[in-house]
Write a protein that binds this ligand. Structure first.
Ligand code: URA
Length: 442
């Protein structure tokens, strides 16, 4: 096979065979294909797309480009959740202990934050002593002993995705439905989970900008999962404003702990945590239907069991579990600076990606892999879309240590807001659910 022939075939809009895709992924993973040819292929896929069979074959080839973890020794079905990436998207830290405390084993392999989106590993490392570098055998032992663990993506899993993602990041080819679907699902499948619940974000802070594109991505990923015998569902949820109020690492951990303490029950963050948890509990066979599962979520929080599960996980992974009772043990910034609205009106829109970038400028996120982050800094949002503000009202608080990018972050933050003289409805929170039966609009 010659790579150039495959590139031309795809550029002409023809479908690649499973054998061609498998050959290409194996050759690229082994270093037998140069980046420039793979870049051309990625660009051709961005323009010409892939049909369902090609996307499944690509996912399968990427899944098997390295080790596929065998979780059978856990002795229970293992569930995983994944968000396609957002801002103030702290759901994992709350959902994993909630679901585990309802009897479903939660084994999650997570990534680091990049660009405007945060990453669960960075958040957990804000807890003193917490280790995300856990070898696969220890990961399985933690699942057997405690029923939950959140660890870093093992290097041996889906190495093709690691190489391809880095290439796509610098060649303008991230933004393609089959490439995103295969990237996410290959990592989930390589980590061996039996149950996968996806949170597909849509809006100004997400990869998918329209509900239609998000639904297409959700359907593709659920079809891949179901086809491979995994219990899979996806919620399509809003990212037209930060989901929670905290954007940072220690700040995010604090908000997740507060959710588990029973606070913020009227918040959008809590609503999404409840919905995602309910799907995992339902697919894990602990409830017949979503309403019953939601009642279990409320009970797990009210009884303190969910918070206790988080403490167990933190302790088992070497961290300071006392943060669950006393969040002042988390790192905190030297200064808290209020950001004041420069005008009056109803908040009509927030450029969520830009707000995420502001937190990154303050030091909470990284521009490129390997950049150092400051766990203490970030943004606490004080307003949501639809709120009325007067000039001088506090829109947010910046938690700051280094001040060199402060002015730029402030300028961008204020520019991220659009105002209206007329009342504005808040954006819809959940656009739909995709399960084995297909898309259910909400
Ligand atoms: N997240 C991933 O893991 N891969 C993508 O391609 C996009 C988001």
């Amino acid at each position: 096979m010659r790579m150039v022939d495959l590139i031309v075939k795809k550029r002409q809009g023809q479908a690649l065979s499973a054998a061609e895709i498998a050959w290409m992924i194996q050759a690229y993973t082994e270093g037998a294909l140069p980046d420039y040819q793979m870049s051309a292929m990625m660009m051709a896929i961005c323009f010409a797309g892939m049909n369902a069979e090609e996307t499944a074959a690509l996912t399968d080839a990427m899944t098997h480009s390295g080790t596929v973890l065998d979780v059978s020794s856990v002795g229970a079905q293992v569930a995983d959740k994944h968000s396609t990436g957002g801002v103030a998207d702290t759901t994992t830290l709350a959902v994993v202990p909630i679901v585990a405390s309802c009897g479903v084993t939660m084994g999650k392999m997570s990534g680091r934050g990049l660009g405007h989106t945060g990453g669960t590993l960075d958040k957990l490392e804000a807890i003193s002593g917490f280790s995300v570098d856990v070898a696969p055998q220890r990961f399985l032992a933690l699942l057997r002993e405690n029923g939950l663990a959140i660890v870093g993506q093992n290097e041996a899993l889906a190495p093709a995705d690691k190489k391809l993602y880095a290439l796509r990041d610098v060649t303008g080819t991230v933004d393609s439905l089959p490439l995103i679907a295969s990237s996410i699902m290959s990592k989930k499948l390589a980590a061996g989970a039996d149950i996968i619940v996806l949170d597909v974000k849509v809006g100004s802070g997400a990869f998918m900008k329209t509900p239609e594109d998000a639904a297409a991505l959700a359907k593709t990923m659920v079809e891949i999962g179901v086809h491979l015998g995994k219990k899979t569902a996806a919620l399509i949820t809003d990212m037209n404003q930060p989901l929670g109020s905290c954007i940072g690492n220690a700040l995010d951990v604090r908000e997740a702990i507060e959710i588990l303490q029973g606070k913020h029950q009227d918040s959008d963050l809590f609503a999404i945590c409840k919905r995602l948890s309910a799907q995992l509990i339902r697919l894990g066979g602990k409830a017949e239907e979503e309403r019953e599962a939601e009642r279990m979520v409320l009970d797990a929080i009210a009884s303190g069991r969910a918070l206790q599960k988080l403490a167990t996980m933190i302790q088992a992974q070497g961290g300071d579990a006392h943060v669950c009772q006393d969040t002042s043990r988390l790192p905190s910034a030297e200064r808290i600076i209020p950001v004041l609205s420069q005008q009056a009106g109803y908040i009509a829109k927030m450029d969520t990606q830009s707000i995420g970038t502001c937190a990154q400028l303050l030091g909470a996120g990284r521009e490129k892999l390997g950049d150092k982050i400051d766990p203490a800094v970030g943004i606490v949002m004080k307003k949501r879309v639809g709120d009325f503000v007067r000039t001088g009202d506090v829109l947010a608080e910046f938690h700051v240590n280094e001040q060199n990018m402060l002015q730029e972050a402030m300028r961008r933050f204020l520019a991220a807001f659009a105002y209206s003289k007329k009342p504005v409805d808040p954006p819809k929170l959940v656009y739909g659910l995709v399960d084995e039966q297909g898309l259910h609009d909400e």
